[in-house]
Ligand binder design. Structure first.
Ligand code: CDP
Length: 245
């Protein structure tokens, strides 16, 4: 826990941000040739790639649902993603949990009834990690699904809010995530403003949690705008290359 490590000095965070600042965020879609849709997100020190395959034949076949597509998700961290070693373990407890919560976000968003008997795979690789990879992964996967042309009820992005040195801070960096008092990753839909994911590490009071949710909602507007820009750019490029949409 945080006791010895100063995370806020003279009102500024250790990377120089104010409490309500996001880290620099860049979103690009259409980054993988062989996937049906893809996106790359660089968010502070996070580098995350999402690739979508599907709707395609459901394997194993006995899992196929005659009423809707199955949404599957595999989140993974590359061996060189952080100072910790991720190479030999394959899927671990953390990556299985993160894959599950991300899948649940998209089960609520993808219009799966349009594609019975199929599956839609969301693959997410974290190439570099610096805190907040699950929310970065959700932001990347949503852009990649849009890039794949998969109908969604709403757009979704993720952002974490937490508490460091007694201050509520937006978009936790790694130190704040690891040593702060609390970390609350959230996923928020664009039009509906629904909270599709909320997890909590550490503690916040009820009042602090309400503030955290408000801050995440406000930040989600900015992140959604960047997702939209990335997707628009991609479609403009395809159009300028003469490809029929
Ligand atoms: O990445 P996210 O904040 O969604 O998940 P976390 O489990 O709260 O991890 C926070 C950060 O600690 C990650 O983003 C990584 O930078 C680092 N971490 C790591 O490098 N290896 C792990 N096994 C767990 C965390």
């Amino acid at each position: 826990m945080a006791e010895e490590k100063k995370l806020i000095i003279n009102g500024k965070r250790i990377d120089g941000r104010s409490p309500d600042d996001l880290r620099p965020l860049r979103i690009e879609t259409g980054v993988l040739n062989e996937a049906d849709g893809s996106a790359f997100v660089q968010w502070g020190g996070n580098k995350i790639v999402a690739g979508i395959y599907g709707p395609r034949e459901c394997i194993p076949k006995h899992e196929a649902n005659p009423y809707k597509a199955l949404v599957k998700c595999r989140y993974t961290m590359s061996p060189f993603a952080s100072k910790e070693e991720h190479g030999r373990s394959g899927p671990n407890r953390r990556s299985i949990e993160i894959s599950k919560v991300i899948r649940e976000v998209f089960e609520n968003i993808v219009v799966a009834e349009l594609y019975p008997m199929t599956q839609i795979d969301i693959f997410i690789d974290v190439l570099q990690a610096e805190g907040g990879t699950r929310v970065g992964a959700i932001t990347a996967a949503a852009a990649a699904l849009a890039d794949a042309g998969i109908p969604m009820r709403d757009m979704v992005c993720g952002v974490a809010v937490g508490k460091a040195d007694g201050t509520i801070v937006l978009d936790l960096g790694k130190e704040e995530d690891n040593f702060g008092e609390s970390d609350v990753p959230m996923a928020i839909s664009n039009r509906g403003k629904e909270l599709l994911l909320i997890q909590m590490d550490g503690l916040l009071t009820k009042e602090e949690l309400a503030i955290a949710i408000d801050k995440a909602m406000a930040a989600s507007e900015k992140i959604h705008a960047m997702q939209t820009e990335a997707i628009t750019k991609r479609y403009e490029k395809l159009e300028s290359e003469g490809l029929k949409l």
